[in-house]
Design a protein around this ligand. Structure first.
Ligand SMILES: C[S@@+](CC[C@H](N)C(=O)[O-])C[C@H]1O[C@@H](n2cnc3c(N)ncnc32)[C@H](O)[C@@H]1O
Ligand SMILES: O=C(O)C(=O)C[C@]1(C(=O)O)C=C[C@@H](O)C=C1
Length: 244
């Protein structure tokens, strides 16, 4: 069955309110994110591969900001370690409702728990893998250090954080170029200039991107022994951070 198409910002007379993960967004989310985030499919499937490699028996795996469960499913399909539990967290009821039916129709063995909560509040306990795919960017800047520190503390030694984000560049020319390339990517995936402009306004001050350097420094400050980029396409990147 084909996914419902994202036309949320297509109406020239529509109001542009701040972006929210409501029922309208939840309905079109798979199409929206695939046509909006260069490399999304690769990031999700490689999150699964990494989860398969780092999951240890009896541990928890977290998918923080799970949306409709794409990364949860990728992890579930790859985990071979015994007695693991994937804890998928999102604070948007509309996203979690749809996530529940996605997970219910999947037949892989690893247990999945869905939790409606703010990732700034949930305890991270006995984890081998934590995935934060395109979610930290929505957390207030002042809370981000604490979120990463709690993840570090909740990971077992040998555990991994996968952190994927929209990023900015300190060099203004590179920043402008990458924003432009991202918009070209969206145009080539069928979004009009109007839709691109309206979405840009809607996510302004809602999605706050940072530089890769800021992400690396925050991970180091939280205690991670190694952290660097494993994937990047334009202004979207994914990092791995390792706890020795
Ligand atoms: C871009 S989506 C994440 C995509 C998803 N990780 C995937 O791989 O398909 C961001 C998600 O983060 C959730 N979110 C935003 N702020 C949150 C918070 N403070 N606590 C929990 N979830 C949050 C949103 O509801 C949304 O579902
Ligand atoms: O930056 C943009 O233009 C986006 O559309 C990106 C983005 C994201 O990275 O989360 C923003 C909101 C939606 O969740 C889907 C994609």
């Amino acid at each position: 069955m084909s996914e419902p198409r994202d036309t949320i910002f297509a109406d020239p007379l529509g109001e542009t309110n701040p972006f929210r993960f409501d029922a309208d967004v939840a309905r079109v989310f798979p199409d929206m994110i695939r046509r909006s985030v260069p490399g999304y499919t690769t990031v999700v499937s490689m999150s699964g591969l990494l989860a398969g490699r780092y999951a240890t028996a009896g541990s928890n795996l977290y998918d923080l900001g799970c949306s409709l469960g794409a990364s949860t499913l990728a992890m579930r399909q790859n985990v071979r370690a015994a007695d693991c539990c994937i804890i998928a967290v999102d604070n948007a009821a509309a996203m979690l409702d749809r996530c529940r039916s996605v997970i219910d129709s999947d037949t892989h063995d690893t247990r999945v728990e869905l939790v409606q909560a703010d990732i700034a509040d949930i305890p991270i306990v006995d984890a081998s893998v934590v995935v934060l795919n395109f979610t930290l960017q929505f957390i207030p800047l002042a809370q981000r250090g604490d979120v990463i520190q709690r993840i570090y503390r909740g990971l077992r030694p040998g555990g991994i954080l996968v952190l994927s984000e929209k990023v900015t560049f300190a060099d203004p020319q590179l920043d402008a170029l990458n924003i432009d390339l991202h918009h070209q990517f969206k145009r080539e995936h069928g979004y009009s200039d109007l839709e691109i402009a309206r979405k840009r306004n809607a996510i302004d001050n809602v999605l706050i991107p940072e530089t890769l350097d800021t992400h690396r420094k925050r991970a180091r400050a939280a205690g991670f022994d190694s952290c660097d980029v494993w994937f990047q396409c334009f202004n979207f990147a994914s990092l791995i951070a390792l706890k020795a």
